[in-house]
Design a protein. Structure first.
Length: 314
């Protein structure tokens, strides 16, 4: 008896792969590269990045749909261990909420490093939820031989499902991480449309974009407690531009000296913040953007629970 060759119709009748969809929390200490990783996984900038620690302040959802799988990533603030302000308590509440009900956790650390701040975040992980140890910034490790004993120590700290050494800047590493994560997603229908990238509004993305430029252009001079409030976000008809968006935003700082720092000599720094934010928003929104910025002092706002909530923090 000889094997018959498969007919052309066999492939057409084979069932399509089952859809997978799940929630993946990206957690780690401040400034470990969570937002950069999130943007790389989604394939587009969703979460703001800065050299300044504690840049991310909200639970930001990014969506990546690839073949039969839909990945719903949640970028979280870095868990705060130093300050007990109302703002930091709000940020920690966001982290705890994100890790409590997900399908997979990506625990991000710098390859070869483990600090007390990393240990605090690790203690938040729930038993029963698969956690992948993402050893980020592998390209900065000069002696790879040191990774093996470090990894053994990490496995003793927590029963990680897998170890993923990588650099978020390398597309091949990002694709490999997606392949690994996909295996842990439950078989179920997608939650979002195939072309959706985030559940956040354009108004929210506008405030985050301004805040990123603020941090990038002030460096370490400005305390991280400043925030951005969108006062106006309106879309107007424009035969010339197709889409025209008018945005007015207020940068909130805690001291007059901070206000002077943001404005800069002759208003030059504020002007540059506005220009860079507007240029990025035009790409992000696919529109001509008119952006107007103001700076106001609200002393002690980060310690005032009511004001923290009024500025959009949970």
């Amino acid at each position: 008896m000889t094997d018959s060759a498969p007919s052309a119709s066999d492939g057409a009748n084979s069932p399509a792969p089952a859809q997978r969809c799940g929630l993946i929390a990206i957690v780690g200490k401040p400034n470990v590269g969570k937002s950069t990783l999130m943007n790389a996984l989604v394939g587009q900038k969703i979460s703001i990045t800065s050299r300044k620690a504690q840049t991310t302040r909200h639970r930001i959802m990014g969506i990546r749909t690839r073949a039969a799988a839909q990945f719903v990533f949640v970028d979280t603030p870095g868990f705060q261990t130093r300050h007990g302000s109302a703002l930091n308590k709000s940020l920690n509440k966001t982290v705890l909420g994100a890790v409590s009900d997900v399908d997979v956790v990506l625990f991000v650390v710098e390859a070869g490093s483990f600090t007390l701040h990393d240990a605090k975040v690790l203690s938040l992980l729930k038993e029963g939820t698969p956690a992948l140890l993402v050893a980020n910034k592998l390209d900065t490790v000069h002696r790879r031989a040191e990774i093996a004993p470090w990894l053994k120590g990490m496995q003793e700290r927590h029963p990680f499902a897998e170890f993923v050494p990588m650099s978020a800047k390398k597309p091949a590493d990002v694709q490999r991480l997606l392949d690994i994560v996909e295996r842990y997603l439950p078989e179920q229908g997608w939650w979002y449309g195939e072309d959706e990238l985030t559940d956040r509004s354009e108004k929210f993305l506008a405030s985050e974009t301004v805040r990123e430029k603020l941090f990038r252009l002030t460096g370490d001079e400005l305390p991280y407690t400043c925030t951005v409030v969108i006062d106006q976000f309106t879309e107007e008809p424009s035969p010339r531009h197709g889409r025209f968006v008018r945005i007015a935003a207020t940068i909130v700082v805690e001291r007059d000296s901070h206000k002077a720092m943001v404005i800069g000599e002759g208003g030059e720094r504020l002007k540059r913040i506005g220009t860079e934010a507007r240029q990025e928003l035009e790409k992000l929104l696919g529109a001509k953007v008119f952006l107007e910025l103001w700076v106001k002092v609200r002393s002690g706002w980060a310690d005032d629970e009511a004001r923290v909530r009024s500025f959009g923090y949970e």
